[in-house]
Design a protein around this ligand. Sequence first.
Ligand code: ADP
Ligand code: MG
Length: 260
Amino acid sequence: MDEPPEDVAVALVDARKTYQLGEPVHALDGVTIDVPRGSYTAVMGPSGSGKSTLMNLVGCLDTPTDGRVFVDGEDVGAMSDRERTRLRGEEVGFVFQTFNLMPRLTAVENVALPLVFQGVSREERHERAADILGRVGLGDRLEHAPNELSGGQRQRVAIARALVNDPAILLADEPTGNLDSETGANILDLFDELKAEGNTLVMVTHERDVAERADRIVHLLDGTVERVESVADQVGRQHEAQAGEEHDDAQTGEDGGEGA
Ligand code: ADP
Ligand code: MG
């Protein structure tokens, strides 16, 4: 099996994940997708369709039972646990629905934490963490503990931490799920900026209007890709036109929701 081209951040080639529970459960049943560098992909699908399994494979938390998963050109299934942990630490940023920050650490310490395990010097850790917190709009909150920050600010700290390694890919599982709509909108604006800066994003969401912020929507059903929908053409220009303005209007076609 050939490696994917250099401009592909993540590739799945007929990837399968089967759990043996008496009867086999085909959580992923042959998924083939490329995630180009600099692209923004949303993943939708009903509960049990394989979204988390897919994210775990892409995030090097798990290996396929069959097929291939390439992250930054490396074949995840062919690696030792140690190599996979290294690849995950260097090339994958995770943002979860719950912020799971360290409560005793300040914002800047939380963001710097992944660098501790990579032998980066204390000064450089602080510098890089402070820099990225500035980029997510929290340059004036470096020394705040999580309980001194709003939900949206905590989520931005979590995103900063996911980005501090300059990962090949940023993975977000329902990143706005626990946020009020205004704060969620700010996080989605931040993702737009990250995409504009060239980051590669994959986001699981149940919400149609959230998914439409991405370039394309991968619809999963029963562990397979039901279809890949391109949204950039339909709504990309609309968002460009709205950039810098309020976006509480002009969202046409609100009827296509999947319902959670
Ligand atoms: P989603 O995130 O879309 O809700 P999942 O990827 O979590 O779906 O799960 C897909 C299928 O795999 C489901 O049928 C689920 O019950 C099953 N599954 C997921 N993880 C495990 C596991 N660790 N052991 C056994 N079955 C699992
Ligand atoms: Mg899930």
